[in-house]
Write a protein that binds this ligand. Sequence first.
Ligand SMILES: Cc1cc2nc3c(=O)[nH]c(=O)nc-3n(C[C@H](O)[C@H](O)[C@H](O)COP(=O)(O)OP(=O)(O)OC[C@H]3O[C@@H](n4cnc5c(N)ncnc54)[C@H](O)[C@@H]3O)c2cc1C
Length: 484
Amino acid sequence: MQDISQSSAPILLWFRQDLRLKDNSALQAAIETGRPLTAVYIHDPDSEAEWSPGGATQWWLHHALVDLNQQLEDLGGQLLIRRGDSLQCIQRLIKELAAESVYWNRRYEPIIRGRDAVIKKRLREDGIEVKSFNSALIHEPHTISKKDGTPFKVFTPYWKHCLKQTKDAPVRVELKKAVFLKSAPHSESISSLALLPSISWDEQFYKTWDPTAKGAARLLKTCVSSKLAGYERGRDILDEDATSRLSPYLHFGQIGPRQIWEAVKAKDNGEKGTYRYLAEIGWREFSYALMYHFPHTSTEPLRPEFADFPWESDKQLMTAWQTGQTGFPVVDAGMRQLWKMGWMHNRARMITASFLVKHLLQPWQDGARWFWDTLVDADLASNTQGWQWTAGCGADASPYFRVFNPILQGEKFDPNGDYVRRWVPELTGLPNNLIHTPWEADAFALADAGIVLGRDYPFPVIEHAAGRARALKAYGLFKATTKK
Ligand SMILES: Cc1cc2nc3c(=O)[nH]c(=O)nc-3n(C[C@H](O)[C@H](O)[C@H](O)COP(=O)(O)OP(=O)(O)OC[C@H]3O[C@@H](n4cnc5c(N)ncnc54)[C@H](O)[C@@H]3O)c2cc1C
């Protein structure tokens, strides 16, 4: 590789899932060289294979790119958009710009790590300087291990260990010093990437989300000023807006965990909510560590014996679950919230996922796939971890035999039925004591509420006790065969 230290050639800054200007390590490193830079986003879904962005994340990505381009334009720059094979696009741009360096922030999905390693090698062989940085995590997976050098598989010791490590402050990006290359090569338009849905699915997304970096900063401010104190109690209450809702911004890197850490720590007065909130950021980091060390787990169980679990794939049951028509109000409310908002409350994610893999015996991979398409925060690390945790086949997972009771979960975490009434409006007229069990309502109660079961709202697709018994029977058989 040539000596680049005296070069004044442009740097190509490759934006990926780090769609922000603040706390962006690659951007700051490029600025520090004093050389001109050009920013590019490459749309290359083929390289992500089966984990290319789903419908809801594509919607988010469109708006995040528009926002980033606007911020760059305000600084006199631009976000170039290219489409196609990442390596080829970069090689072409290097020629067009006479660039000698490419900088980016790292991603950790197995397929992307493989792709990026090839790109790095090929560019270096061509004499190009390539530098990659961390902007997505507080602790990158390769920096954390147990004393014996192996990865943690249990969250509590993992997090205790992480809490003892030094944390980097957010990177102060000297935007005023940024020099953008004047020549502007061809750029595709963001709309030509066709990321927005062709059906009118996203109406409520617009009402719910501000998918911009400013939107993220606003939510962080609200979280720190008014949510942390009540977080420990409120985070499980389904109809309370007690969580930060920062997950899609974190996924796309419109905000980084170092920024969150700093803002939360600045307000830390020893409250339980603060500790708990940071531990959730810790679960995100843990999920990334698991994905990094066990790269097969987005499709296969971490505990290998679960590969033989006797799932009973059933299209009809799957459709009932996806469309929020299972007859269990809290499950249906969660699934409809997901469809309308592109987001679901964490407690509802656990309830709906458990219902699918236990009561309905559907493979966790099918549920994960549906979430992948419908969540605006769909994230390979957190989604995989969440599903494997629920199905009992992951690291530090809830055991399979612990079957969530959707009725009790509803009564506990939606005691007044507000969440159900919001997302399953046909049940609005039921009194609180029947809102989670409409099948127990007598003819008078149903008539008063204006509901005909089987017409306005389904009967349960399976009775709770029968679903639980079937799940435990399947688990018993599975245990017996895996013990042999
Ligand atoms: C079956 C299942 C699937 C999930 N799929 C995803 C997914 O695709 N993408 C995703 O970001 N989260 C996923 N989660 C985790 C969690 O539900 C969401 O991160 C959380 O609901 C996002 O809302 P929030 O930003 O208000 O969270 P807050 O409570 O405000 O938490 C702050 C941040 O911590 C992280 N976090 C919180 N809980 C978890 C967790 N259990 N695991 C990992 N990180 C966590 C998120 O980045 C979140 O934004 C899943 C959970 C389950 C049970």
